[in-house]
Write a protein that binds this ligand. Structure first.
Ligand SMILES: [Fe+2]
Ligand SMILES: [Fe+2]
Length: 472
């Protein structure tokens, strides 16, 4: 284990050649995947040489190799983290028993649904981002976009491998459906709402990789704890790739914010827009929009599904093994703010039913850390402005807070008050139009668009000026 078989049509570290049936099934899916990529993957650039990393080993040291590759030639493969032959289930009702190497019959449907829901987000994001290459602010950013895209494609492979190998006929049908749904399509939309939202400008792209990919991190981490060992090992390796996507989002936003502060300082009226940048209040409205959409991805605050997933040892908490000492989550509760007669009051919920919220808490903490860093960058440039995350209750469409209205601080307000402030709090048509005017391609080595600061470092030790995408 660890070494990857690169000779096969489908690179893998799961001894695919030992299972001819499975191999043939996946080889039949492969051309469908490639036509999906041609149709719904990045618009243009398919014949260009891109400086990309490819996974070559599943261990932590030196797992990736960097070189020029044309995207359709990317070696999408199946890589699982190293197995632990003695692995035991470490939470929920099955704690202490050996981890499952096959799917227990009683959990077949629920595991399939979990895998399909995760799998659906992977091609969805590629579809959402397919136009962005045409307006990339630099070759460095263009390359990062494509790196994220090919790896989301590989994450789809990871989920399709599980469906094909463990769920028989139904799994193969689901794998076809994953290529048939389309982000934003009226008849066949992607499963989750945030993955049907258009992502046609780079501020949205960075918000997406910051907030939606980070939801992905937390979902994958919770599934990496799963009693179903192949799922746990698949997710564990996906997390290695995911870290770069989060880096792209976090540093992308930081670079826009820093540039915005610089441009505001240059302008006699402190107006970044007048200097061709994106002003901080606009960035805040984009953050409010994407952050609140992504909070919905965690599911309802109080959820019997979540309780079942935990009880059935299918989905743990973030860092279940490392961060907790008690792993049944029984006889404990979590306190929620609930709206009663227009006022927020505390209500206790059994901890297992609150598992979505427990995961959301960790996610919000991590997002908060990033915002604090961005604010330091603003303060360092001498500007008096602070970005913030809206409350978890603000602008929700699912769960406990979806039926009421809250301001960004989380106070209950009337619908009229929300509507009166909507354009101050959430990105508007005119914000988006303005941002779109800035989206002009900058495809020359070493050059960068005016509205974003260059990165502090290049990729894989290369300078920013490196030719990350060859246009010749
Ligand atoms: Fe992914
Ligand atoms: Fe990702």
């Amino acid at each position: 284990m660890g070494a990857i078989d690169y000779q096969s049509r489908i690179p893998n570290n799961v001894h695919l050649s030992d299972d001819r049936r499975l191999q043939r099934a996946l080889e039949r899916w492969q051309p469908n995947y490639l036509s999906w990529w041609q149709e719904m993957g990045p618009d243009g650039f398919q014949t260009k040489d891109i400086y990309l990393r490819t996974a070559i080993s599943a261990d932590r040291q030196g797992w990736a190799h960097f070189d020029y590759v044309k995207m359709p030639d990317y070696r999408w493969g199946i890589f699982l983290a190293e197995p632990d032959p003695d692995r035991e289930i470490h939470f929920g009702d099955h704690m202490g028993k050996p981890a499952w190497q096959t799917v227990p019959g009683e959990f077949r449907n629920v595991l399939r649904r979990i895998i399909v829901t995760q799998g659906d987000t992977e091609p969805a994001s590629v579809e959402q981002q397919r136009q962005l290459g045409n307006t990339a602010p630099s070759l460095y950013d263009l390359r990062n976009l494509f790196q994220v895209n090919v790896e989301e494609g590989r994450h789809l492979w990871a989920m399709v491998y599980l469906l094909h190998s463990y769920f028989g006929r139904e799994g193969r049908d689901e794998a076809e459906e994953l290529l048939a749904r389309r982000s934003g399509d009226e008849d066949k939309p992607r499963i989750l709402d945030a993955f049907n939202q258009p992502c046609n400008d780079w501020l949205s792209f960075f918000c997406f990789t910051m907030f939606a990919d980070r939801d992905g991190k937390y979902q994958l981490a919770a599934l990496a704890e799963s009693a179903f060992d192949p799922l746990a090992r698949t997710c564990k390796f996906m997390l290695t790739e995911e870290a770069h996507h989060l880096f792209v989002g976090d540093t992308g936003l930081e670079r826009i914010i820093r540039r915005s502060a610089e441009l505001a300082q240059l302008d006699p009226n402190g107006d970044a827009r007048a200097q061709g940048g994106i002003d901080l209040p606009t960035i805040q409205r984009f953050i409010n929009f994407w952050f609140s959409y992504c909070l919905d991805l965690f599911g309802s605050e109080v959820s019997t599904n979540a309780a079942d997933y935990f009880g059935q040892s299918l989905k743990g908490r973030f860092g279940e093994a490392k961060r907790y000492s008690e792993h049944t989550a029984l006889g404990q509760s979590k306190t929620f703010k609930v709206l009663k007669d227009g006022r927020l009051v505390d209500e206790d919920v059994p901890l297992r039913n609150a598992m979505n919220e427990v995961l959301r808490d960790d996610y919000i903490d991590e997002c908060g850390n990033a915002v604090r860093r961005w604010n330091k960058a603003i303060a360092k440039l001498g500007l008096d402005f602070e970005l913030s995350l809206p409350s978890r209750r603000f602008h929700r469409r699912q769960g406990l807070y979806a039926d009421a209205h809250f301001d960004p601080a989380g106070n209950p307000i009337s619908e009229a008050e929300f509507e009166a402030n909507r354009d101050t709090w959430l990105k508007t048509e005119s914000d988006m139009e303005f941002v779109r005017t800035l989206m002009q391609p900058c495809h020359e080595p070493g050059k960068i668009a005016n509205w974003i600061a260059p990165p502090r470092k290049g990729i894989n030790g290369q300078p920013f000026e490196f030719e990350y995408v060859r246009f010749a």
